[in-house]
Ligand binder design. Structure first.
Ligand code: ADP
Length: 639
């Protein structure tokens, strides 16, 4: 109880401290993890900004990254880089074209049906140094040939016209007009092979943005191609989006007198495709970079790689939360969110990582470690305390035993000393004492002195034994003779008229052993002494010597008090005395059986006890037998 009371406060404190430590550890771990993720998020955002600006520079230098285009608006001009991002432009390049009145006279001939003078007139114009006049003249000559169904000539003229660059006629580039017309000629003449080839080349050049054309021209050309091919022309979605975007922005730019709503970045929807715009104004020029999902996709992976946050995944989100590009975090995953207002980017960023999920596991691991440590400390504390308790208990028991021993020894000494004093006084008082009486007194003297002598001897013997200083002989002994000697000697000392002992050595004839005669006799003597002492009603004691599987057994059986079960082992320890023995005031020091056990061990033997309380005890001293030799054991003379 006391131990528990002493132990409980430190144990509870330890547990409380452990819990506090755990909680603090969790908070610190979470905080550190949060800071780490935040730092990763910031690095990724910075890398994104860098990627955008390097894409901008790339566009300046003419690089064409997927999903990116730059629109530069200036007064009535729109430049698109790369130019092939759009199909047509709301602000096509203005090309020089010839005035109609130059051809007025020839056209009059043409209308009047006088073809040749008209052709002659046009031909002279077709030699003009002005390419736009040449273009107008050639187109009109070809028209006449066409009408007159002189297709070869029309074809040649159109081919000549197709050679002219950067002049416009009929509101479109003259060479485009010529190329279209060539195809038309093949179509009209049913020359399918040439038509195929011509249409394919035209389509290729149209899609390569060879010409800066407006929407009508584009649609007309596509209509023609579809008619000749008799199949729909597939237009890539991205180019359609960029084209519609260019138109939208142009209208906005023009509608607002050359200024956009905001000069930074924004997200718009173009034909169902989310487009991110980055605008910048310098002087009268407004530059807009448009990024479509493929560009965003590339940025989201490159930003993570560039920020060396390889274990993270980035998603670019629209303000409404829809994902524009990247990998969205699975539900329940911890994410780092960076709002567009904080990063200056047009998207909200959401960063996650599979490894971040394990932050909790890391904590769980540390918690297990800490709890394990705590449990070990507690265990150690408990174990240590128990050990201490055991040591204290043992020390207490030993000191109690020693006190009992001192009391017992004093008592042992006091009894003979008291009778010696008494006899001395009697002798002193009576000078006339008869010789018989005097002799009986001397007898008392002798017995008491003998008893004191034995007591001192046995104490010294025990002390020597304990110190391991007692030497033991190893002489051959006859078991039966040894027992007979000790019993006879005991009877003689007791001075009883009839022996209490029955000695049975019938099964011991020839049983030999090697040992210290005096020590073994002493051991037997102790057993006999106890048998007599603890049989207060004078019951007989049986002594049997017989062969035993382990050698020779000396059995001493009494019919006395018996020994409580729980004391049967302890009585072989020094100073230990039975409760009943003490209660009944039977004299003793608690050393007898300890000596017997010691002697038995020294002879490689054992001593054991069987007992029944109130009915008696049987002590058995078992010693190893030795092979009998011719010079057998000596017989003991009874003194
Ligand atoms: P002592 O006899 O001096 O007390 P021992 O070491 O000889 O010391 O015996 C230890 C205890 O064992 C005794 O106090 C007694 O309680 C018990 N004991 C020994 N022999 C017997 C016996 N034959 N019958 C009953 N109790 C015995």
């Amino acid at each position: 109880m006391l131990l528990l009371a002493v132990l409980l406060p430190p144990a509870a404190t330890l547990v409380w401290l452990g819990a506090q430590l755990l909680e603090q550890d969790r908070v610190v771990l979470e905080q550190r993890e949060l800071e780490r993720r935040q730092a990763v998020g910031e690095a990724v955002a910075a890398e994104l900004r860098r990627l955008i600006s390097s894409a901008e520079q790339g566009l300046d230098k003419g690089a064409a990254s997927a999903g990116l285009a730059r629109f530069v608006f200036r007064a009535d001009r729109l430049a698109i880089a790369p130019s092939r991002r759009v199909l047509w432009t709301p602000a096509p390049r203005q090309l020089p074209h010839a005035d109609d009145h130059i051809f007025a006279e020839a056209e009059r001939f043409e209308r009047e049906g006088t073809g040749d003078p008209a052709v002659a007139r046009y031909r002279s114009l077709a030699r003009s140094s002005d390419p736009s006049i040449r273009a107008g003249a050639l187109r009109r000559i070809a028209r006449i040939h066409w009408r007159e169904r002189r297709f070869d000539k029309a074809l040649d003229t159109y081919r000549a016209l197709a050679e002219l660059r950067d002049v416009s006629d009929l509101d479109m580039p003259a060479d485009l007009y010529a190329r279209r017309s060539i195809c038309d000629v093949f179509h009209a003449t049913g020359n399918q092979t040439e038509l195929e080839r011509c249409a394919a080349r035209l389509e290729q050049d149209l899609f390569a943005s060879t010409w800066s054309i407006d929407r009508n021209t584009w649609e007309l050309a596509i209509d023609n191609l579809e008619r000749w091919r008799e199949a729909a022309i597939v237009i890539p979605q991205e180019r359609q989006v960029f084209t519609v975007l260019a138109d939208m922005l142009w209208r906005e730019f023009r509608g607002r007198d050359g200024a956009f709503r905001d000069s930074s970045s924004r997200l718009i929807d173009v034909a169902g495709t989310p487009v991110t715009l980055f605008s910048s104004t310098s002087g009268a020029q407004v530059s807009v970079i448009a990024a479509l999902p493929p560009a965003l996709e590339a940025w989201s992976t490159d930003a993570v790689r560039g920020a060396i946050a390889d274990d993270a995944r980035l998603a670019l989100l629209a303000p409404a939360g829809t994902s524009l590009a990247g990998t969205a975090a699975p539900a329940g995953t911890p994410v780092v969110s960076i709002r567009s207002s904080d990063s200056g980017l047009p998207w909200n960023l959401s960063l996650h990582s599979d490894k971040w999920v394990h932050a909790g596991e890391q904590f769980a691991y540390r918690r297990r470690l800490l709890l394990g440590g705590l449990a070990s400390i507690l265990l150690l504390l408990l174990g240590g305390s128990y050990f201490l308790w055991r040591v204290v208990q043992r020390e207490l028991a030993i000191s109690r035993l020693q006190t009992d021993f001192v009391a017992a020894v004093s008592h042992e000494f006091r009894t003979p000393l008291t009778s010696l004093r008494h006899v001395t006084e009697l002798l002193d008082e009576d000078d006339q004492m008869s010789a018989d009486r005097r002799r009986s007194f001397y007898d008392v003297y002798r017995r008491n002195i003998e008893r004191l002598h034995q007591l001192v001897e046995s104490l010294l013997d025990f002390a020597r034994m304990e110190a391991g200083k007692k030497p033991y002989d190893r002489t051959p002994l006859d078991a039966a003779a040894l027992a007979t000697y000790v019993v006879a000697e005991f009877d003689r000392h007791e001075g009883a008229c009839a022996s209490r002992f029955t000695l049975d050595v019938s099964a011991a004839s020839g049983l030999q052993l090697r040992g210290d005669r005096e020590a073994l006799a002493n051991a037997l003597r102790n057993l006999l002494d106890n048998a007599v002492k603890y049989s207060p009603d004078g019951q007989p004691v049986d002594v049997v010597v017989a062969a035993h599987p382990d050698g020779v057994s000396f059995t001493v059986r009494d019919h006395g008090l018996g020994i409580a079960r729980h004391e049967r082992q302890a009585i072989f320890q020094r100073f230990v005395r039975g409760k009943q023995a003490i209660a009944l005031g039977i004299k003793g020091t608690g050393l007898g059986l300890a000596m017997v056990a010691h002697i038995a061990r020294a002879h490689d033997g054992t001593v054991e006890v069987e007992s029944e309380e109130g009915k008696g005890s049987t002590f058995r001293l078992i010693l190893p037998a030795s092979v009998a030799s011719s010079d057998a054991a000596p017989h003991y003379e009874l003194a």
